[in-house]
Design a protein around this ligand. Structure first.
Ligand SMILES: NC(=O)c1ccc[n+]([C@@H]2O[C@H](COP(=O)([O-])OP(=O)(O)OC[C@H]3O[C@@H](n4cnc5c(N)ncnc54)[C@H](OP(=O)(O)O)[C@@H]3O)[C@@H](O)[C@H]2O)c1
Length: 244
């Protein structure tokens, strides 16, 4: 059984469909109930749970419900995320609530889900927690400074968690996507160039999970990881070339 946050759209819905096609029982959790139900309607037996991952009480309640109903849960995919653009060079202060919301969903949400579901995952003979990072966690997109920072933080958190859980039954995985064609980019004028099609991304992710990798780095995210280590200035130029 697999639970996927943000399963009502984009990458989460794509992974949910792939697990469902393999015969896994799938729970999609997110906050737009209609979108979740539309995905579930296309996949008989798929379960829907409404949750705001940024709310620790809702997340704990979700883990309790899931633990009671589906104690055989073995995979949790920490996928829900949002992206906003902020220009700190613009006059005046930015919208503090909007700034905070991105941190609450993309970073705190990942931490809350990990904390709430680890007791269930630890009780399994083998299980895994998959945190969704981003190539932008390695090389930031200047126009999305908070988003990029939260993804760098997710990377760091995932490494720390993996180390802490070394002796446990839980494998801690970081999935590092490149740009993928989804609605995440709704605040940009257009889908960024060289975006990967969702079905290609999902197939590569499933292959990485099947191989049991701790880090699944897909497509051009590999280049960003490499740039961040050997030529960070060049990486910054490549990612931000349209803006420069
Ligand atoms: N697409 C890319 O190029 C790309 C690249 C690197 C990493 N990623 C990461 O991949 C993950 C999925 O992104 P995506 O591209 O599939 O974006 P998406 O199409 O916008 O889907 C994001 C999903 O997250 C859900 N969500 C947002 N806030 C939530 C909250 N507070 N609680 C519960 N669910 C929430 C959304 O639900 P509602 O629609 O109901 O709000 C939606 O179903 C994100 O972590 C993103 O950062 C994406």
């Amino acid at each position: 059984m697999v639970l996927i946050t943000g399963g009502g759209a984009g990458i989460g819905a794509g992974l949910a469909a792939a697990f469902h096609a393999r015969g896994s029982q799938v729970i999609i959790a997110g906050h737009g109930q209609a979108r979740l139900e539309a995905v579930a309607a296309r996949h008989p037996g798929m379960q829907v749970e409404v949750v705001d991952v940024a709310d620790p009480q809702q997340v704990m309640a979700l883990a309790e419900r899931v633990g009671q109903r589906w104690p055989q849960l073995i995979t949790v995919i920490n996928n829900a995320g949002i992206q906003h653009l902020f220009d700190f060079a613009a006059p005046g202060p930015l919208d503090a609530a909007e700034l905070g919301r991105e941190v609450d969903v993309n970073l705190k949400g990942v931490v809350y889900i990990a904390n709430a579901f680890l007791p269930l995952l630890k009780a399994q003979p083998r299980s895994r927690l998959v945190n969704v990072g981003s190539g932008l966690g390695y090389v930031p997109l200047a126009a999305a400074p908070i988003y990029s920072s939260t993804k760098a933080a997710v990377h760091s958190f995932t490494i720390a968690l993996r180390r802490q859980l070394k002796g446990s039954t839980v494998q801690v995985v970081e999935l590092i996507p490149p740009v993928v064609v989804t609605d995440l980019h709704r605040n940009l004028n257009e889908i960024p160039p060289r975006a990967m099609e969702l079905d290609v991304f999902v197939a590569k992710t499933m292959a990485g999970l099947d191989k049991g990798r701790d880090e699944i780095v897909v497509g051009l995210a590999k280049a960003l990881q490499f740039f961040s280590r050997v030529a960070p200035g060049l990486g910054l130029k490549v990612v931000n070339q349209q803006a420069d």
